[in-house]
Unconditional design. Sequence first.
Length: 89
Amino acid sequence: MSRANPEAPSVQDELAATKLAIEKARLAKLEGEKPQSEPQYTRYEDMPPPSPEERARMEAEMLAIFDRIKAEEEAAKKAWYLSMTQYAP
């Protein structure tokens, strides 16, 4: 069985081309629907500087942490001194 035009694309080639076009269209649609998110920073150097409000909030949080640590250290020191009073003359 010979074909009239051997250079013409076969039905399987046309089907494969159609499937490829459909998959490309699906991919384009999915990429278009993908939400644009903020950039994910992986290094400290890549992060943008904090706003003045964020900087003030972070400073206040750090001072609160330092105060809590200092209070815990002073409480431990006071507890140690009070525990040593039993050995005082």
